[in-house]
Design a protein. Structure first.
Length: 453
């Protein structure tokens, strides 16, 4: 089923923007989208556990250098896997890639849930990194058939699945006092692996095939691979140079923050595992309405305004963690006491790190929703997988050094220095967005000439 035939299933475009209900009807009228969306929601719901991963490694006595080095190696594997995946996604049936992506993710969760030995966990993480060979084509399966006028809302619906993580966190909060943090984490990881195996089977049975053009006949494989990826990076640089520069800086900033924020909150600021779980619950609970609003805003009012609104909070979050040792609470002690009396750990909502981490995590999701919607509107459909792969390869490459740098800072310097670096990078990005926006004027011209529509 090709993109043009799918476009014909949608109502003819009108002069006025369709309402919410009509937009949803248009999007959900395609069965493949609905199946893919539901299986992605299962993954996103259980992926809430990933937030605890570095804390879990600390319970296994991993030091900061070991955590940082391992995560950096896995990120580098993801970079090369993404590059290969961009080529694979445009020559292999994307249905098969969508199934393989879910299956490999399930294997990762099963391994982490079953084993605590370093070698097995490392293998599981490498499998997760190698998943990027198929992930690009799996994402392109949906993205190259989403109508451009609904791209922001369509992508936001995928992100909404993260809010289902509130169920996962509630289960965690119920079980953790009984089994302890580490054992609860492992059992939920194991359960996630089982659920994802079921999702892989559902994709294999229900999704329609999506065969691709295949590679150029008579051309050596390596030459075809290099040519295709060179074209992809050329399109990205030509159409969105500002986005690439901002993404490079932001990827490093994000990887530093996410490496250290929860460890710092737990070990330096003294927030319990239960308190951190409540942070995650609140973040996931408020995510859905903000995602839908941001997706619509990027469709109707442009990426620059949406990006500014989303990113303006990033440096504030880094600053809040810097001052948290001096001002650990934003409310009086009696309010914290009453919250703790009603539910153990609930007092965390009145702390400074709560504001920093919840706002940061929400805005990260909003930010990448805006970026992906922008890319979807700008790129030719026939090259979707390659260009997505190149985009994520750039992100992963810049993220890959973050955990190692974070591990070094946490080991040899004051841990708060990490957030000084993050604050500086965030201010640099905010200034660039305010001054230059996300795309150039040339990109607007190219968009109107693009074969994507």
């Amino acid at each position: 089923m090709d993109g043009k035939s799918l476009e014909r299933n949608y109502p003819a475009p009108e002069k006025e923007r369709p309402g919410w209900l009509q937009s949803l009807r248009d999007i959900l009228s395609w069965r493949n989208y609905t199946v893919y969306l539901l299986t992605a929601w299962v993954f996103n719901a259980m992926a809430a556990l990933w937030s605890f991963f570095n804390l879990y490694l600390r319970t296994l006595q991993w030091d900061f250098i070991a955590i940082g080095t391992t995560l950096s190696v896995v990120a580098m594997v993801s970079v090369f896997a993404r590059l290969i995946g961009g080529y694979v996604g445009d020559v292999v049936d994307r249905k098969k890639l969508a199934v393989a992506a879910m299956l490999m993710t399930a294997v990762y969760f099963l391994i982490i849930g079953l084993f605590t030995d370093f070698s097995f966990m490392f293998i599981g993480l490498i499998i997760l990194g190698m998943n990027d060979v198929v992930k690009g084509g799996a994402s392109a399966y949906i993205m190259d058939n989403i109508p451009s006028k609904h791209s922001g809302l369509s992508l936001s619906l995928f992100m909404v699945g993260r809010s289902l993580g509130t169920v996962t966190i509630l289960v965690f909060l119920i079980i953790e006092p009984i089994l302890g943090f580490a054992e609860t984490f492992r059992r939920l990881y194991l359960l996630t692996g089982i659920f994802l195996l079921i999702c892989a089977a559902a994709r294999a049975y229900y999704l329609d095939p999506s065969p691709q053009k295949g590679r150029v006949e008579g051309t050596p494989l390596w030459k075809d691979f290099v040519t295709e990826n060179r074209q992809a990076i050329g399109i990205l640089v030509r159409m969105m140079p500002g986005v690439l520069v901002i993404v490079i800086i932001d990827a490093l900033s994000d990887s530093l923050f996410h490496f250290g924020a929860l460890i710092y909150t737990n070990e330096i600021l003294g927030v319990s595992y239960r308190g951190i779980a409540i942070m995650m619950f609140v973040y996931l609970a408020i995510l859905t309405p903000l995602l839908l609003k941001t997706g619509r805003m990027s469709d109707m009012k442009g990426a620059r305004r949406a990006a500014l609104i989303a990113y303006i909070f990033m440096p504030i979050c880094a600053g809040l963690l810097l001052v948290a040792p001096i001002f650990p609470q934003w409310a009086p002690d009696w309010m914290v006491g009453e919250a703790e009396a009603s539910m153990v750990g609930l007092g965390v909502i009145f702390t400074t790190p709560f504001l920093a981490i919840v706002i940061k995590m929400v805005n990260d999701v909003l930010w990448y929703t805006i970026l992906l919607a922008l890319i979807r509107k700008r790129i030719p459909r026939k090259d979707t997988a390659k260009i997505l792969a190149m985009f994520w390869a750039v992100v992963y490459l810049c993220q890959s050094i973050g955990p190692l740098i974070g591990g070094i800072i946490f080991t040899y310097f004051e841990q708060s220095y990490l957030f000084v670096v993050v604050l500086g990078l965030n201010l640099l990005i905010l200034g660039a967005i305010a001054k230059n926006g996300l795309v150039s004027d040339e990109a607007d011209v190219l968009e109107s000439q693009s074969p994507a529509e």
